[in-house]
Design a protein around this ligand. Structure first.
Ligand SMILES: Cc1cc2nc3c(=O)[nH]c(=O)nc-3n(C[C@H](O)[C@H](O)[C@H](O)COP(=O)(O)OP(=O)(O)OC[C@H]3O[C@@H](n4cnc5c(N)ncnc54)[C@H](O)[C@@H]3O)c2cc1C
Length: 436
């Protein structure tokens, strides 16, 4: 018996926050959309592990603009969705973002762009930093070191200065954010097929024709979008589009821990999100009096690239936990080391320059929404709009490679050059870390 098949205007592979956002925008544009996910539900992939931080501290103009525009969407979530999800809405929680300046991360180029774009910030000298955040040790310990390096215990060489950005924060439930986007997409007719794995991208010559699923059924569609997160490089391979890409993407293991928040640092006491590249990590408060602590890939820490995303253990390691906790104790002297690890190990989908790929491909009708590099949760709502703009242009005959689509931000009116996210770009000059 031949397995059943269906047709649609577009298939989105992956129902994470990116795929759900793409589905919403394609459906809003009048396309019939089917979203396919091999997992047990919407937003259950790497999105579910996200620290969900909303910040604007990127290295390039297009990345800063994208995050600033998307930030307004999170703050008016019901307005962005055009509805209130009866199953609950995720919330933006404002904390502000404290960025400690250190070697290689002084923020000067970024601040120039923030000034131009009207993104507010306070420039804090060493005294102001110490006065405003008395619970922080504001010493400079650069470069980040392994905790068993004898130099780890060295005294601070000087005092840090910082930047405080007040409009930053986080989303309290990243999976719910994806579910909210899926709810809004369904209102525009999108269908979600869960526990359905794409095993082949169908083509008709040099044109995408849909996907085949593990049960043998097919979905025929002239548009296929790869939003498969850490599995997206595999999907690109089976679609046969990798040779045409100048930027590659692959999965990187990442551990994130929670620990009790010391006095001053909790959400309830106004603790901010802190980017601390001086010791090589970030932390943010979360409801319930705890901190979430993650790494920023300092040079001294090995990177754990993962060839088979399905083989990644979700369990964090004691070694990484000890490192993060010890570094945190260095920055917050009152931090009491917990007695055992609480955390997760998930995967980033990292590109060569830590900038995502939102683009067409050399298979006409096959689009890329991948390489989100541990920093695109915050951009998901606008990424959906980027992909729709590229799909619309490409499917009506525009050559996005030769003449990149220019996207006008609704908030600022500024133009974002979508060529910045091209698969064929020369790697952008960025921090070379999750900070982008
Ligand atoms: C630990 C961690 C912390 C992070 N912190 C932040 C942060 O603070 N701020 C920020 O902006 N970003 C952050 N990020 C990044 C952000 O969360 C991701 O960029 C984003 O969630 C990626 O969404 P996605 O939809 O592309 O991927 P996913 O959520 O992984 O979704 C991909 C989906 O594709 C499905 N899939 C895969 N293969 C197939 C197939 N063959 N067939 C069908 N379905 C398939 C999977 O089941 C999955 O559900 C973080 C990421 C991690 C892992």
């Amino acid at each position: 018996m031949t397995a059943a098949s269906e047709t649609a205007d577009a298939v989105v592979i992956g129902a994470g926050v990116i795929g759900a956002a793409v589905a919403l925008e394609l459906a809003r544009g009048g396309r019939s959309v089917v979203v396919v996910d091999r997992g047990p539900g919407v937003g259950t992939g790497s999105t579910s592990a996200s620290s969900a931080i909303i910040r604007f501290s990127y290295s390039t103009r297009d990345a800063i603009l994208a995050a600033w525009e998307a930030g307004a969407m999170w703050r008016d979530w019901a307005g962005h969705l055009g509805a209130v999800d009866p199953d609950g809405m995720c919330r933006f929680i404002g904390t502000g973002n404290l960025i400690l300046r250190t070697v290689g991360y002084d923020g000067s180029a970024m601040l120039e762009l923030w000034r131009e774009l009207g993104i507010p910030f306070d420039d804090l000298d060493a005294d102001q930093l110490a006065e405003r955040f008395p619970w922080l040790d504001t010493g400079k310990y650069y470069p980040p070191k392994p905790i068993d390096d004898p130099a780890f215990a060295d005294e601070a060489s000087e005092r840090l200065t910082a930047i405080f950005q007040p409009a930053s924060g986080f989303i309290d439930d990243p999976s719910l954010a994806a579910k909210n986007l899926a709810f809004a997409a369904r209102r525009h007719g999108a269908r979600f097929r869960i526990r359905s794995e794409v095993t082949a991208v169908l083509r008709d010559g040099e044109v995408a024709a849909g996907v085949r699923l593990a049960d043998g059924s097919t979905i025929s569609a002239p548009v296929v979008v790869n939003a498969a997160g850490p599995h997206s490089s595999h999907i690109n391979r089976i679609a046969g589009v990798v040779d045409d890409m100048n930027i590659s993407n692959r999965a990187l293991r990442q551990e994130v821990f929670t620990a009790p928040a010391p006095a001053g640092a909790s959400l309830e006491e106004g603790g901010p999100l802190v980017a601390d590249l001086d010791v090589g990590q970030y932390f943010r408060p979360q409801p319930g009096g705890t901190l979430l602590i993650g790494g920023t890939e300092p040079e001294c820490d090995p990177l754990h690239w993962v060839d088979d995303p399905d083989a990644n253990s979700p369990h964090p390691t004691v070694e990484v936990w000890e490192t993060y906790m010890t570094r945190l104790a260095r920055r917050i002297p009152d931090f009491g080391m917990p007695t055992q690890p609480t955390g997760i190990a998930a995967l980033y989908d990292v590109t060569d320059d830590w900038v995502p790929i939102y683009d067409r491909s050399n298979l006409h009708g096959f689009f890329l929404a991948c390489g989100t590099s541990g920093n695109q949760f915050k951009n998901a709502p606008i990424a959906g709009q980027f992909v729709r703009a590229i799909v619309d242009a490409t499917m009506s005959g525009h050559d996005h490679d030769a003449d990149p689509v220019q996207f006008r931000g609704a908030l600022t009116g500024h133009t974002i050059d979508l060529g910045a996210f091209s698969r064929r770009r020369e790697p952008a000059v960025t921090s070379g870390t999750v900070m982008g």
